[in-house]
Design a protein around this ligand. Sequence first.
Ligand SMILES: [Zn+2]
Ligand SMILES: [Zn+2]
Length: 293
Amino acid sequence: MPSNDSDKHAAPPLPEPLRVPVADSHTHLDMQSGTVEEALTKAASVGVTTVVQVGCDLKGSRWAAETAAAYEAVHATVALHPNEAPRIVHGDPDGWSRQGARQPGGQAALDDALAEIDRLAALEQVKGVGETGLDYFRTGPEGKEAQERSFRAHIEIAKRHGKALVIHDREAHADVLRVLKEEGAPERTVFHCYSGDAEMAEICASAGYFMSFAGNVTFKNAQNLRDAVAVAPLELLLVETDAPFLTPVPYRGRPNAPYLVPLTVRAMAEVRGADEDTLAAALAANTARAFGY
Ligand SMILES: [Zn+2]
Ligand SMILES: [Zn+2]
């Protein structure tokens, strides 16, 4: 059955192309439909010429590294997602249904997995370590210890290899900032899918942390994000899709992909009262600087 534009599950149409090309600073091509070539071609056709492919577990991190090695336009980051670390330590049958019944592996299993992330982080095409951080939305109190231990280990790996650190912070702002301070943040640290308010943006700005905004900046209830976009220094702003998640308005709920970045760039430009081309040029330069490519 042919899908059409009003189909709630159909891919949104191509937005008007950006005149100045940008990068999608955070995407998950391995969770999107279609091939890597298709995603890159579609994105490039609207001025999204570079993507950062983010790993969330060992399999995804290996895939990110392989894909970045194969495609000029793709850079990789590798990590165990904050919700992944407690699963490795304590086991979580639901989270691992794709791999069948999995026994809890304890601290030793987490150490083994971190050693593999460390190995991947050394690769040339791997430009960052993440997404790592803390997620108090999906992981309950019983997982906090494993999560924080994993976060600290990722910070150490990023610093030792001189790679960017990509932070996932969900309902854990204070603890994420605390751990970064205690460990000493890497020179280049990116808050992906920035979810704080204007006040936290000032804190990130003074620490020199990059703030990457996703499609949820367009959501009606996300005034805190727009306030943060307005006050963040231009040189610390990035844009991302976190696709397939967080599809920008007016396509909320439909599948997201890197080619939809222009919608978020335009929303950010409007909030800042900035010229779209000037903002796009800054976003492109900032992403290259953040990830060192
Ligand atoms: Zn995330
Ligand atoms: Zn992500």
